[in-house]
Design a binder for this molecule. Structure first.
Ligand code: AMP
Length: 513
């Protein structure tokens, strides 16, 4: 009998990777793609013939088709549309984003609107197909990793992306927690603290996790969903464009999308090369043409020292987050026994040096920064299989407070930042007007306590069917249930009769409306 495997998926901003535990020795295997690589670019595109392309195929054509090629989409998944976000994304990407009717971000491609869930589902579909091919069995269940800093909506969006293609995401698990599993399972650690510094293509996370044999307890976590490798690339792009402008007054490379794509590609390659070299050439022949039709070359050189200069504030900002998270964990860096580096951008020597200085110890070489997250996800996935003998316990936390707007517009925190999940809290409300039949509340997630509407709104909940009575006479008990996935579920009942109230959730209400 073949056992239906639960696979682990690292759905990355830049690249995605899947792994599975198999065989008698329960080895973790990374699932290979055609061509032998273990990762696929998290890119979806529609070519001029209307074909949908995913992964390597999509990446191969992005220079020629930048406006119909969606990359870095994880940054947008589960987010409400707002013009600032659109402007920020424009600095990174050539594809368009707009607001859906429900005020979520969507991408118009080839005459159709795609939700970010749908785009992620295309990537998940590819992973699912390749895994099924590899395992010679259908794949219907997975553990998917997300940045620890993902909020409730972003986590829900990942689950929904899975649902769209018949893939049950049985658990979303935080990327650093997955990396800690990859490190800690089989090591029989006895109450040791591990810091996981995860700087990937588009996001940054830092978590402090205590490992007690098979128990992984997250002490604190923090990060930035808008800080990652792409920002390092962008600094090189800005530099190249301004150097070019200085040499060629009046020619603005930013107006030439094909030139910009080539510079983007070159910037990433130069950045990667600078991790092992002291300087790199930055040449693109015939990068653009003047209005008179004269071809112009980009002919520059970038040194590691220059690059470090261009990006030192980015590295410094990750260190500020580290300082906060270590304090939130209630420890000092001296208490932390192991430091793990995760994410491709941690291969940059200046990042490694800064981490080493901050924690006062060299990062562990025991985990592979590109694979640890998928490996840990696969281990966790395996623990859900019927024939599994691996039991692990993950005690995670929420990255940002969850609360409701109070009468003055402030955030009344139901769960504070870094509170443990799963978690259940109840809050009592009383009716404020005679004959009140429903109770409405807007739930927010974020760290802006003084103004609730500055946070991400998770939804507007309406509890209806309240017993009719004079103001103040009916007490409603609302239960806020944070699931293991860090997702909020709510219910309400009449405190006196116990009667359950009907709950409706409206996710599509404009921020701050
Ligand atoms: P990930 O999301 O973990 O796949 O990380 C991808 C990011 O790591 C991208 O921004 C890559 O450009 C970056 N990256 C990969 N390899 C290196 C390297 N050797 N040096 C610096 N950055 C790298």
């Amino acid at each position: 009998m073949t056992v239906a495997r639960v696979i682990g998926i690292d759905l990355g901003t830049t690249n995605s990777c899947a792994a599975v535990v198999e065989g008698h020795d329960q080895k973790v295997t990374l699932i290979p793609y055609k061509g032998g690589s273990f990762t696929i670019p998290s890119i979806f595109a529609i070519d001029e013939k209307g074909n949908e392309l995913v992964g390597h195929e999509a990446k191969r054509q992005w220079q020629l088709n930048p406006r119909q090629t969606v990359y870095g989409s994880k940054r947008l998944l589960g987010r409400q549309y707002d013009p600032n976000l659109a402007e920020k994304m424009h600095q990174y990407f050539a594809y368009e984003i707009k607001s859906s009717q429900a005020e979520e971000v969507e991408v118009p491609l080839a005459g159709r609107e795609f939700s970010l869930q749908e785009i992620s589902s295309k990537i998940l579909q590819k992973i699912k197909d390749v895994a099924a091919d590899y395992l010679q069995a259908p794949v219907t269940r997975a553990v998917v990793t997300v940045p620890a800093y993902f909020n409730d909506r972003q986590r829900q969006a990942v689950k929904e992306a899975g649902r769209m293609i018949g893939l049950e995401v049985i658990r979303v698990i935080n990327e650093p927690t997955a990396a800690a599993l990859a490190f800690g399972v089989g090591r029989a650690l006895n109450k040791e603290l591990v810091a996981i510094y995860d700087l990937g293509g588009g996001t940054f996370d830092i978590s402090v996790i205590e490992i007690r044999d098979r128990v992984f307890e997250v002490k604190a976590t923090g990060g930035d969903v808008f800080l990652g490798g792409v920002d390092f690339d962008n600094r090189i792009i800005d530099w190249a464009v301004s150097e070019f402008a200085a040499k060629n007054p009046g020619v603005d490379l930013r107006l030439d999308p094909i030139a910009m794509q080539r510079i983007k590609d070159m910037a990433e390659r130069a950045k990667i090369d600078l991790s092992t070299r002291q300087d790199v050439p930055f040449n693109i022949p015939f990068v653009t043409v003047t209005p008179e039709g004269m071809p112009l070359d980009l002919d520059l050189k970038l040194s590691r020292a220059q690059f470090e200069n261009l990006t030192q504030d980015l590295v410094a900002s990750t260190m500020e987050t580290c300082t906060r998270v270590v304090a939130d964990a209630g420890v000092t860096t001296a208490d932390i026994q192991h430091v793990l580096l995760v994410g491709g951008q941690t291969r940059m020597p200046a990042v490694q040096d800064a981490v080493t200085r901050f924690f006062g110890r060299s990062p562990s070489k025991q985990v592979n920064p590109d694979e640890a997250v998928a490996v840990g996800a696969a281990m966790f996935a395996y623990s859900f299989e019927d024939d599994s003998n691996l039991r692990v316990q993950v005690l995670d936390v929420i990255p940002m407070a969850i609360g409701i707007a109070d009468a003055t517009g402030k955030l009344y925190e139901i769960f504070k930042r870094n509170e443990s999940v799963p978690n259940l809290k109840t809050v009592n409300f009383t009716t404020s007007v005679d004959g009140q039949q429903d109770l409405q509340m807007r739930i927010y997630q974020g760290d802006h306590v003084d103004q609730a509407s500055k946070n991400e709104m998770l939804g507007e909940f309406t509890f209806s069917g309240i017993r009719i009575g004079p103001a103040g006479s009916v007490r409603v008990e609302v239960a806020f249930n944070l699931t293991q996935d860090g997702i909020l579920e709510m219910s309400a009942n009449d405190r006196d009769t116990g009667a359950e109230m009907k709950t409706t959730v409206n996710l599509g209400v404009a921020k701050g409306a």
